[in-house]
Write a protein of this length. Structure first.
Length: 147
């Protein structure tokens, strides 16, 4: 996770997370208020319980499993590559969490800080299956995708 990243769950600030990119170690602490909410759910009941200590993660480049699961799939990474104009390999997993918009599939939202605005809802600009198929074919051939 990027240093100082905040994790939001169902529009509630759930946690502050710290990530040491050099050591590739991630740490996670729930916001003091979040576990007291009547509908609070753990981000991951095994690795990130609402109560008790949470161990640092030293595997998966310092990303907890629940956060890795929120990463874009291959197609999503390809779209990010085209949108950002850089190769997929140059975009680290922890940065990908911050590049996603509100149309992502997940209840988790990642922001640089608690003060950062929620990402806008930006569904793909494709209105029919034919547009999606054309974009997929273009991506597979290394051509410009119309997003």
């Amino acid at each position: 996770m990027p240093p100082g990243c905040c994790v939001w769950l169902d529009a509630n600030e759930a946690a502050g997370s710290k990530y040491d990119p050099a050591a590739r170690v991630g740490r996670f602490d729930y916001d003091r208020k979040y576990p007291t909410l009547p509908d609070a759910l753990p981000v991951d009941p095994l690795e990130l319980p609402l109560t008790g200590p949470i161990a640092p993660v030293r595997t998966n480049d310092g990303l907890y499993g629940a956060f890795r699961d929120a990463l874009p799939d291959f197609w999503g990474r390809l779209v990010l590559e085209k949108r950002l104009g850089m190769p997929m390999e140059a975009i680290s997993a922890d940065r990908m969490l911050l590049y996603s918009d509100a149309s992502r599939v997940s209840n988790l939202d990642f922001r640089e800080s608690a003060e950062a605005e929620e990402a806008p809802f930006a569904p793909p600009a494709m209105e029919c299956l034919e547009d999606i198929l054309d974009a997929a074919a273009a991506a597979e051939q290394g051509k410009e995708m119309r997003l």
